[in-house]
Structures are given as structure tokens and as C-alpha cells.
Design a protein around this ligand. Structure first.
Ligand code: SAH
Length: 345
């Protein structure tokens, strides 16, 4: 198997160059070409032909390639189905906000977590993405857009903390000043609640934003829609969150997707408020995206507002997440499923 140069930091590429009998600055040149969007070694005109041939034998620039692209006419949101070197497909979504462009990237091919409302997990998990494959989503979409992407959310296909080391390496890569130079405060990682990994993440002293997919305020209901709750229950999850807040000093955001008749009673808002009372946190409410197989429907707009008001009344700050790209609606995982002939809508 060839190595993927996108997995390497600038320092690592310099080391690689010297190991291949080249001066270290060749590694820096390689690095610059990769971030300039070079797709093959032929593009690298300031590197000798001999060295390019050598690289071609042992390495690839493991770029994701655009297979399908949908652009919303309402808000310019773009959804991409990307093909990896081994023929697997993943999805990335680009959103435009006042403060710049945000990309939502995938961390795995498929997902093991089994959340009942989620399309990404319907066909299970195939493999982890390498750090370079996560990075290549940003580079590929940025090249297509022709403008700088300033924020990253890891909310695409997969569970980032189930691919812990590669996700951390990815954060290091996008953070690098000579590369994309995206600050940690502009990076969010969303997890379904792997409490053991949240504790390890807390030790890393990062400035990233942690998002927790909570979706229900008590164990019975949460286990009913999120099997991960049988591994780490709400009390274990909350204690890991407290530890994270204490260590990082950063506010945590709790994601709560509102599903009609499942988790959207106002009494559940009360229990949720009790659970989060006193925590440095915020709640994002998201009307569930319909995925045919799951049979779940979104809560009414009225109920969403009532739920939010109830939380606010009890002192918990909450916002309703704006739905974006609703005319190209393909909730996470649906494009990939269709491409892989896994029936969805
Ligand atoms: N595995 C991570 C990140 C990927 S999912 C996690 O669970 O957080 C990103 C977010 O989308 C999560 O909050 C997830 O619960 C939510 N989500 C998944 N399917 C959804 C759907 N059909 N409608 C609304 N949100 C959904």
C-alpha cells in the first residue's frame, strides 16, 4: 500500500524527504504543493523528475474526488458526495454564514453507533478515515468553492471519538500555520457520548468546541434511540462532560434533535433543564431530518418553540438550529446510502 502524503505534517514530510536522500526543504515544497491543491506529482514543477518518479512509486496525494454535488438555491448550502481512493464514498456539507464558510466533514466510512434516527449507521461501519482523508474533504471543497473555509464541524458520517487518534491528528494538520491555519476555536467535534474518550480528550488541553449528541434527558428514552447509552449511561456521560468543562474551561453544546412524540414533551424539557442545571453549556435544538427507514417525524414548529421557551424559562440557554439546504435535503448519510444501493428515501 502506498503512503498518503496528506497524512503528513510539514515536519514529517521534511523527515520523509531526508529519508529518501533529499534535502529537507523538498519536504516543505511537497507540503506547499499539497495545500495549493496539487493532485499529482507531475504538477510539482520545482521538484526533480527523478524524485517525482520515486514519490509516485511509494506515495499518493490521497485526495477525495467530487462524485456528486448539490447546491441549495435558498441559502447556497452545498452537499458533496466524495469518492475516496479505494472507491468508498463519504459526504461533506458546506454552509455559508455571516462569519464565513463552515464545512461539515465525515470521520468514518459508515458508523457503528446505531442511533435509530440516523441514516449514516443504517449499513454499519466499513472503516476509519485517515487524518489525510478527513483533511482532503476540506481541501477538495475549498478548491471547488474558490474561497477560504474558516470553520470545521465534525458532524458528518461517523463517530469522531471512535476514530480518536486520526481525528486528533487531523486537528493538528488543519491547525498548522503553514497549512490551512484554522484555529482550534473554529473546530467543533460532535460525539454521541463515548464518555471514556471525552475524558481522554479533556487531558489534551485543546481549545476545540465539544458537542454532545444527547437527544433525550433520561436513560430509558435515550437507550431507546441511542444504543451507546447502554455502554455509557447519562450519569457517566454527564460526569465526563463536567470533567471536560473543568479541564478545558470551555462551554459544551448539547445537541437535542426533536422527534415528534419521542422526546419532545415539555415534561422532557423540564427533565433536561434539571440535568443541565449549573453546567457551562448551551443546547442546540434540531428538528429531526426525516429518514424513511427510521419512521421518525420532526416536531411541529410550535412544539420546537415551546420546548425552547421552557428550557430558557428554566435558565438553560437554547437555540433552534436553522435548517439549511432544505431544498437539497439529504440528511447525513443518505447520499452515500443511495450511491451504495442501500435503500433510503
Ligand atoms: N457521531 C457524531 C457525529 C455525527 S452525527 C454524533 O453522534 O454526534 C451529527 C449530528 O447529527 C448528531 O447530533 C446526530 O445525532 C445528528 N443526527 C443524526 N441523524 C439525524 C437526523 N435524521 N436528524 C437530525 N439530526 C440527526
Amino acid at each position: 500500500m502506498k503512503i498518503n502524503l496528506m497524512d503528513f505534517s510539514c515536519e514529517e514530510l521534511k523527515k520523509l524527504a531526508t529519508e529518501l536522500g533529499q534535502p529537507a526543504f523538498r519536504g516543505k515544497q511537497l507540503y506547499e504543493w499539497i495545500y495549493k491543491g496539487a493532485e499529482s506529482f507531475d504538477d510539482m514543477t520545482n521538484i526533480s523528475k527523478e524524485f517525482r518518479q520515486k514519490l509516485d512509486e511509494i506515495a499518493v496525494i490521497g485526495n477525495a474526488k467530487i462524485s456528486e454535488k448539490y447546491v441549495s438555491k435558498i441559502d447556497e448550502t452545498r452537499k458533496y458526495l466524495l469518492e475516496l481512493d479505494d472507491g468508498n464514498f463519504i459526504e461533506s456539507v458546506l454552509m455559508k454564514y455571516e462569519y464565513g464558510y463552515t464545512i461539515c466533514v465525515s470521520s468514518q466510512v459508515g458508523c457503528k453507533m446505531g442511533c435509530r434516527f440516523c441514516a449514516s449507521t443504517l449499513n454499519g461501519w466499513s472503516r476509519n478515515l485517515s487524518p489525510g482523508e478527513i483533511l482532503s474533504q476540506v481541501l477538495c471543497v475549498q478548491k471547488d468553492l474558490g474561497q477560504r473555509i474558516s470553520n470545521i464541524v465534525m458532524m458528518g458520517i461517523g463517530e469522531p471519538l471512535d476514530n480518536f487518534d486520526n481525528v486528533l491528528k487531523f486537528v493538528e494538520l488543519v491547525n498548522a500555520p503553514g497549512g490551512l491555519n484554522i484555529g482550534q476555536r473554529h473546530i467543533s467535534i460532535s460525539t454521541c457520548g463515548l464518555a471514556d474518550k471525552i475524558r481522554i480528550l479533556a487531558e489534551k488541553n485543546l481549545q476545540i468546541t465539544l458537542l454532545i449528541s444527547l437527544h433525550a434527558p433520561d436513560d430509558e428514552r435515550r437507550s431507546g434511540i441511542m444504543p451507546v447509552n447502554n455502554r455509557f449511561n447519562i450519569s457517566e456521560l454527564m460526569s465526563a462532560c463536567d470533567y471536560y468543562i473543568e479541564k478545558s474551561g470551555r462551554r459544551i453544546s448539547f445537541e437535542y434533535t426533536l422527534i415528534s412524540g419521542v422526546n419532545d414533551n415539555l415534561e422532557e424539557a423540564d427533565v433536561l433543564a434539571g440535568l443541565l442545571r449549573g453546567k457551562l453549556c448551551h443546547v442546540n435544538l434540531i428538528p429531526v431530518n426525516k429518514v424513511k427507514e427510521t419512521g421518525f417525524d420532526k416536531s411541529s414548529r410550535k412544539r420546537v418553540d415551546e420546548f425552547r421557551n421552557r428550557l430558557e424559562k428554566r435558565g438553560i440557554s437554547a437555540t433552534v438550529r436553522r435548517e439549511m439546504g432544505s431544498d437539497i435535503n439529504a440528511a447525513c448519510g443518505q447520499l452515500r446510502n443511495r450511491k451504495s444501493n442501500i435503500p433510503t428515501e
